[in-house]
Design a protein around this ligand. Structure first.
Ligand SMILES: [Mg+2]
Length: 128
């Protein structure tokens, strides 16, 4: 079944880069949606089923951590795997996001292969 992916990042350049990488994974990709911050992401998630969310942390309006908290509080959304894609490589931040429910963490800048590998790993857990 084709996978719907939601890319959440306040940088349009980063969103289109991630979109291209997603297209190169070889995974069966359905719809790719984009959001500029957490609030926009929640609006998309409210109307469309997404199989995977790739989210930045530092964004205006609602950041990635708040997005994750909101998703974890929702019975349905908490089942959607989230991979954090951030410039913040500090151990504290990574541990905090994983403790909040993130399924994976990729540090920017990243090689396309590392995001692809993280996506496959996150989705495998889901289908296990
Ligand atoms: Mg950002």
């Amino acid at each position: 079944m084709a996978l719907n992916i939601l890319i959440v990042d306040d940088s349009p350049v980063m969103r289109s880069f991630i979109r291209r990488v997603v297209g190169l994974t070889g995974l069966d990709i359905g719809e790719i949606c984009e959001a500029g911050h957490g609030r926009e992401a929640l609006a998309v998630l409210g109307v469309r089923w997404m199989d995977l969310v790739l989210t930045d942390i530092n964004m205006p309006d609602m950041n990635g951590e708040e997005l994750l908290r909101h998703m974890e509080q929702d019975e349905l959304l908490r089942t959607v795997p989230v991979i954090v894609v951030s410039t913040d490589a500090s151990v504290n931040r990574v541990q905090k996001m994983m403790a909040l429910g993130a399924r994976g963490y990729v540090t920017k800048p990243f090689a396309p292969d590392s995001l692809a590998a993280e996506m496959e790993r996150a989705l495998e857990v889901t289908h296990a």
